[in-house]
Write a protein that binds this ligand. Structure first.
Ligand SMILES: Cc1cc2nc3c(=O)[nH]c(=O)nc-3n(C[C@H](O)[C@H](O)[C@H](O)COP(=O)(O)O)c2cc1C
Length: 362
């Protein structure tokens, strides 16, 4: 039952070692977190830590319809309502800061926004929009000025979320093929300047961004999510040197003092072989040994035994995604041995309360 005991994460104490994984739910009409979203997170406040859905620091990072931002006054007010509701129930909450980069379509973005990425390489595949599936847009290659402006946007959003909205911390989304991951991966980053090529150069944008955000809000309020071996969004991460890349990143993030590293485990159902699963586990352990600080990992965790197994492998906190969609009282169900409800994938990316705030408590 060690997953149900407390944990000290930087300055905050978590009630247990179960982390609600970040999940995009597309209920933020006009990119603003609303009352329904506050209710959804409030319902899930017994998690040790909630990490919110991906939230953009910039109009340029709003690649999906109805995902929230964190740069305008209305958005920050919305996040304040979310933070207040979760805190009133004794919960802790980090916002995942997600810039979609090239994983975007112009139709999903506000007027005047630009799809940008490390290189002008269009992502294969399609993305959903209000009018159905669309090809990913062709991104503009970021100039040095775009790089600086975008980093400033991460800092500005993080500062407002923490200092104005009262959110406990931010998670930089460097996983699953979004902007930060697009810099790390040589498939999407073919720059020939100091932001592309070598491991050091491909990691530079992420490290600089993490350092700038940490300088502003304090490193003990900043975590990061990565996905070595990720397969989403046209980024296969099994390139030569993937281990070297993520170990080098962990070393730098340790020096900055980030409060955690959160490592996505790629599932078998996405075509990962057993050999790669072993390789994933050994890289996760190397990252833990290098970073030394708190590491969150998980995937397919739905019982005390599966959560404890993550901790027994040497990691600190276990993330839980899909079961949190359909079980707002996930912790109480584990404690009382109550059967879990099954989530309905048809309402994962819905527009209203159905499949969002209407799952029953036990
Ligand atoms: C509906 C849905 C939305 C998701 N959105 C995000 C997201 O915004 N950011 C992110 O890092 N991962 C996202 N994920 C991945 C989850 O955080 C998690 O890694 C994945 O669901 C596997 O964990 P599980 O087996 O516990 O569900 C999403 C997953 C689902 C099912």
């Amino acid at each position: 039952m060690s997953s149900l005991t407390t944990f000290q994460l930087g300055d905050i104490q978590l009630k247990n070692k179960i982390v609600m994984a970040p999940m995009t739910r597309t209920r933020a009409t006009n990119y603003i977190p609303n009352k329904l979203i506050a209710e959804y997170y409030e319902q899930r406040a017994s998690a040790g830590l909630i990490i919110t859905e991906g939230t953009s620091p910039s109009a340029n990072g709003l690649g999906y319809p109805r995902i929230p931002g964190a740069y305008s006054d209305e958005q920050i007010q919305g996040w304040k309502d979310v933070a207040d509701a979760v805190h009133a129930k004794g919960g802790k909450i980090f916002v995942q800061v997600m810039h979609t980069g090239r994983v975007s379509a112009q139709i999903n973005m506000p007027e005047g926004a630009t799809i940008m990425a490390p290189s002008a390489i269009q992502a294969a595949g399609q993305i959903f929009s209000e009018r159905g599936m669309e090809d990913h847009g062709m991104p503009k290659e970021m100039t040095n000025d775009d790089i600086l402006k975008t980093q400033d946007e991460y800092v500005y959003a993080s500062e407002r979320l923490i200092n104005e909205a009262g959110i406990d911390g931010v998670e930089l989304h460097a996983a699953n093929g979004y902007l930060l991951d697009q810099f790390i991966n040589p498939k999407s980053n073919q720059r020939t300047d100091e932001y592309g090529g070598s491991v050091e150069n491909r990691n530079r944008f992420v490290i600089e961004t993490a350092q700038k955000v940490a300088n502003k809000v304090g490193a003990n309020k900043v975590g990061i999510r990565i996905s070595p071996f990720g397969v989403y969004n046209d980024l296969q991460s099994d390139y030569d040197g993937v281990e070297e890349t993520f170990i080098a990143l962990a070393k730098e993030l340790k020096n900055i003092g980030l409060v955690y590293m959160h490592i996505v485990v790629q599932e078998d159902s996405f075509g990962v072989t057993d050999a790669r699963t072993d390789r994933q586990l050994s890289l996760r352990k190397m990252i833990k040994n290098t970073f030394e600080g708190t590491v969150i990992t998980g995937g397919n965790v739905s019982t005390i035994a599966t959560a404890d197994a993550v901790l027994n492998e040497g990691f600190d906190l276990a993330y839980v995604g899909r079961p949190y969609i359909s079980n707002p009282d996930f912790i109480e169900r584990l404690k009382n041995n109550v059967e879990l409800q099954t989530p309905n994938p048809e309402t994962f990316f819905g527009t209203d309360a159905v499949g969002f705030t209407d799952y029953a408590f036990s």
